[in-house]
Design a protein around this ligand. Structure first.
Ligand code: FAD
Length: 397
């Protein structure tokens, strides 16, 4: 089955070619070729002025809803009154998308006594902050947060909602999407806007990470997606960073759903957590043994950083999964990333290549990690790392 093409109506303008998000349409002289793989998003049909293209009846939406008025939203995640860094990262990305669409950016801020976070959201690029304070939102519970965000989205009708793929986002954002009867793409690593139909192109790894899939939500609003922390960078504050704060009263039950808040237990962390570390020293199979991770810990301690690892090192049982960086581990973007004995497989690179400065230590000069490194040290890590530690300690007296 394919899009229905009426050659007698076609003016061969080629507008449909450029608008197909998947590049499936080609124009060869006076022949229009539509390759297999169409998911009937309707972008070509919409742009075709002479009406030469149509969706097959069973694929045609009853009526495409009109574009909602309220632009791009970011769920402003906070815990204990502190903004999660992913909120500002997503605001940066939302600004980029909103500029293409010509719409405003808004943040949805839920909690109790969280109004003090609104200026940071404005500085991050939110033209509007929807502030919903309610006793039921004092501590995170899926049902209360889902009810609140669903209600806000119903009232103000955003075109797009982005949220962090954090424990919290993963827990309740699917409930919001289900309540709004729309789609949701989880764990995205890139976004773009398809010209013409204003579709959000949501890219994420699929099939165990072996391909990157671009997913669209062509028939329902809002278009919803989550993205992993660390994938996007916050942008510097825009010149006119005074967003409007819109207080919204919500009628929420005191205790909604099956979960009940009991108490907060602060996690005890001995080392700097990977996602927040400004310096990461990561090791791979080149370390050869679990005991050699001690060397990386020493270097990380000297630099005030954290220790990361490749999946090869984790699978070998040398270090726990919590340290794994990459497609099936954590995504990080520290100021300094030192990769020791790591070859640079694409699945590892995807989790660390947005680091500000990358130093690679590998004895194989052809190792792919050198292609993303700012500084490459070709040599034996067991000689280079002790020398580095010594130099750093000497430098610090
Ligand atoms: C679906 C899928 C998901 C995956 N997810 C992840 C993921 O999240 N994270 C991840 O990291 N991988 C992931 N992988 C695995 C990935 O493909 C690679 O196998 C892995 O990253 C390789 O780890 P490595 O670089 O430690 O090992 P290797 O590729 O074996 O590289 C070891 C490197 O150490 C160097 N070396 C050896 N001895 C020394 C020495 N003495 N001094 C200096 N250098 C030395 C070698 O030259 C070599 O380049 C995934 C794979 C798949 C299929």
């Amino acid at each position: 089955m394919s899009v229905i093409f009426s050659a007698h109506r076609c003016t061969w303008c080629g507008d449909c070619v450029g608008v197909c998000p998947f590049g499936l349409i080609r124009l060869e002289g006076e022949r229009l070729l539509i390759e297999e793989g169409c998911n009937f998003c309707g972008a070509c049909v919409e742009v075709c002025a002479p009406g030469a293209l149509a969706l097959p009846e069973e694929e045609a939406p009853a009526a495409r809803p009109e574009t909602p008025p309220d632009g791009v939203w970011v769920f402003a995640e906070q815990r204990l009154g502190k903004l999660a860094p992913v909120s500002l990262e997503l605001l940066g990305e939302a600004r980029r998308l909103a500029e293409v669409l010509g719409v405003p950016v808004a943040a949805a801020l839920l909690g109790r006594e969280v109004a003090h976070l609104a200026p940071a959201l404005s500085a991050g690029g939110a033209h509007k902050v929807y502030l919903a304070e309610h006793p039921a939102l004092a501590h995170f519970t899926e049902a209360a947060y889902a009810a609140a965000l669903t209600e806000l989205a119903r009232r103000f009708r955003p075109e797009i909602i982005l949220a962090g793929a954090t424990y919290l986002g993963r827990a309740f954002i699917p409930q919001v999407a289900a309540a709004l009867k729309t789609g949701l793409t989880a764990d995205c690593t890139a976004f773009a806007i398809a010209p013409g139909p204003r579709l959000l192109l949501q890219t994420r790894p699929a099939f165990g990470g072996n391909i990157m899939a671009t997913i669209i939500t062509p028939r329902t609003y809002p278009q919803m997606a989550t993205a992993r922390p660390g994938v996007f960078k916050p942008l510097p504050a825009p010149p006119e960073a005074a967003g409007e704060v819109i207080r919204v009263d919500l009628d929420l039950p005191e205790a909604a759903g099956r979960c009940r808040f009991v108490r907060t237990v602060e996690e005890i962390r001995e080392r700097v957590p990977l996602a927040e570390a400004e310096v990461i020293v990561a090791g791979g199979r080149g370390l050869k043994d679990a005991k050699h991770f001690r060397l990386l810990e020493e270097l990380a301690d000297a630099l005030g950083g954290a220790v990361g690892a490749t999946r090869a090192a984790v699978d070998a049982g040398w270090i726990s999964y919590a340290h794994q960086i990459g497609q099936t581990g954590k995504t990080v973007a520290p100021r300094l990333y030192i990769a020791a004995g790591i070859s640079g497989a694409s699945q590892h690179l995807v989790g660390m290549q947005s680091s500000d400065f990358i130093v690679a230590i590998n004895r194989d000069p052809e190792a792919p990690i050198f292609q993303v490194a700012d500084v490459g040290l070709v040599g034996d890590l067991f000689e280079i790392i002790p020398a580095l530690i010594q130099e750093i300690r000497k430098g610090r007296g």
